[in-house]
Design a protein around this ligand. Structure first.
Ligand SMILES: Nc1nc2c(ncn2[C@@H]2O[C@H](COP(=O)(O)OP(=O)(O)O)[C@@H](O)[C@H]2O)c(=O)[nH]1
Ligand SMILES: [Mg+2]
Length: 330
C-alpha cells in the first residue's frame, strides 16, 4: 500500500471524494494525493473531519511508541490538552511550540515551574519555534543523548508538528519530500514515518482534535487568523461597570465591575467592547462564572484573558466546554 508523503493517507484512484485520491492510473507514478498537490501548488484549502481521531492516536501510540514529543502551542495550554498529554504512557517530553509568539515579558524558567506545578508535569518541557528556528537542535540533541532512534511527534491540530519535522529533515537532507502543512487543521491524515538519518526516524501524526468555536465555523479566513503570525501583543481593557466584550461575534463576555482584562489571543481576531446594554449574541447559551483574583479565563484553542480582580462574568457561547479558569500564568 502506497501512502501519500504529504498527509499519510493511503493512495487510491477509485473514489474522488475519499482521502488519498489521485487521478493517476498508475499509483506508483505519484508521491502525493490530489488534495496535497492542490494545497501545495494552488494554496487550496480543505476542511477535513477525522472521526474518533483522539482515540485512534492514543491507542496506536500507546501500542507502538517508545518515545514521544508532544507539542502544544502557547495559546493552547489548558487542562484538556495536558490531560491528553498525560494519557501517553511511554517516555516523553512536552514541547511548547511557537515560541516566537510568546510575550517577551514571560520568563521561561518561571513558566516551566508554573506549568509543572499547575498541571503536574514531571517530564522535561522545551520551548521551540520552527518559524524562527529556535531550539530545534536542542530537541535533536536530547534524542541523541538518550540514544532514541524513533520518536513520535504528537500534539493538537495546528500545533506545528509537520513544520517542525520538515525543518529537522531540511537540516539533515538536501532534497527532501515535504510533508504538507497548512493553516487549516487536519492537514495530516495518518502517521508519516520519515527517516532523518541512520540514527533517527521521526513519525508525524494527525492532530488531536479540540472543540473550537472558530474551527467549527468552517470560515477559512477566520481559522487563519486564530494563529498569530508574530509575537503576541497583549491587549488590556479597563472596565468601569457594565461592559461587554465580543470576540469575532462568536463569544460575548459581560463584566459588571471595575476591573482589568488583558487578552492573550491572536491580534488578528476582532475584539469589540460595548458599553451600552445591547442584545448581541444573547440568543446563545448563557454561562455564569465566578472568577477569583488574578486569574486566567481560558478560551480553549484561542488563548486566555487575564483578569485582575475577583468578579462575576456572564458568557454567551455556543459551547460551554470551551472555558477553564486557572491562577494567572504571570
Ligand atoms: N508563529 C508560528 N507559527 C507556526 C510555527 N510552526 C507552525 N506554525 C503555523 O501553524 C500552522 C500549522 O502548522 P502545521 O505544521 O501544519 O501544524 P500541525 O497541524 O501540527 O502539523 C501553520 O499555519 C504554520 O504556519 C511557529 O514556530 N511559529
Ligand atoms: Mg500536520
Amino acid at each position: 500500500m502506497n501512502k501519500c508523503l504529504g498527509c499519510g493517507s493511503i493512495l487510491q484512484n477509485t473514489n474522488k471524494d475519499k482521502l488519498g485520491y489521485t487521478p493517476k492510473t498508475n499509483i506508483n507514478e505519484t508521491k502525493y494525493c490530489e488534495r496535497c498537490f492542490k494545497i501545495n501548488n494552488y494554496n487550496e484549502k480543505f476542511i477535513t473531519k477525522l472521526d474518533n481521531i483522539n482515540e485512534y492516536l492514543i491507542n496506536e501510540v500507546n501500542k507502538k511508541a517508545k518515545y514521544v514529543y508532544f507539542m502544544i502551542d502557547f495559546l493552547n495550554i489548558n487542562n484538556e490538552t495536558l490531560n491528553t498529554y498525560k494519557t501517553i504512557k511511554c517516555p516523553k517530553a512536552l514541547i511548547i511550540s511557537k515560541l516566537d509568539i510568546i510575550p517577551k515579558s514571560l520568563n521561561k524558567d518561571k513558566l516551566t515551574t508554573y506549568l509543572k506545578n499547575t498541571y503536574q508535569i514531571k517530564e522535561n518541557i522545551y520551548y521551540q519555534s520552527t518559524k524562527r528556528n529556535l531550539n530545534t537542535k536542542v530537541l535533536i540533541n536530547n534524542l541523541e543523548e538518550q540514544h532514541i532512534k524513533e520518536c513520535y511527534i504528537l500534539g493538537y491540530a495546528n500545533s506545528g508538528k509537520s513544520n517542525l519535522i520538515n525543518k529537522i529533515n531540511s537540516l539533515y537532507n538536501e532534497d527532501i519530500s515535504k510533508i504538507t502543512t497548512s493553516s487549516i487543521p487536519n492537514t495530516t491524515i495518518d502517521f508519516i514515518e520519515l527517516k532523518i538519518n541512520d540514527h533517527l526516524t521521526l513519525i508525524d501524526s494527525p492532530g488531536f482534535n479540540l472543540n473550537n468555536v472558530i474551527y467549527e465555523s468552517n470560515e477559512y479566513d477566520l481559522i487563519e487568523r486564530v494563529n498569530p503570525k508574530k509575537y503576541l501583543k497583549p491587549l488590556t481593557y479597563q472596565t468601569k461597570d457594565i461592559t461587554s466584550f465580543t470576540i469575532e461575534d462568536k463569544i460575548r463576555i459581560d463584566a459588571n465591575s471595575i476591573n482589568s482584562f488583558t487578552f492573550y489571543i491572536s491580534n488578528e481576531l476582532n475584539i469589540n467592547r460595548i458599553f451600552k446594554n445591547n442584545e448581541s449574541l444573547t440568543n446563545l447559551n448563557k454561562l455564569e462564572l465566578d472568577i477569583p483574583d488574578n486569574s486566567d479565563l481560558i478560551i480553549k484553542s484561542l488563548g486566555f484573558i487575564n483578569i485582575k480582580k475577583a468578579c462575576h462574568l456572564t458568557i454567551y457561547t455556543n459551547n460551554d466546554n470551551l472555558y477553564e479558569i486557572r491562577n494567572s500564568i504571570f
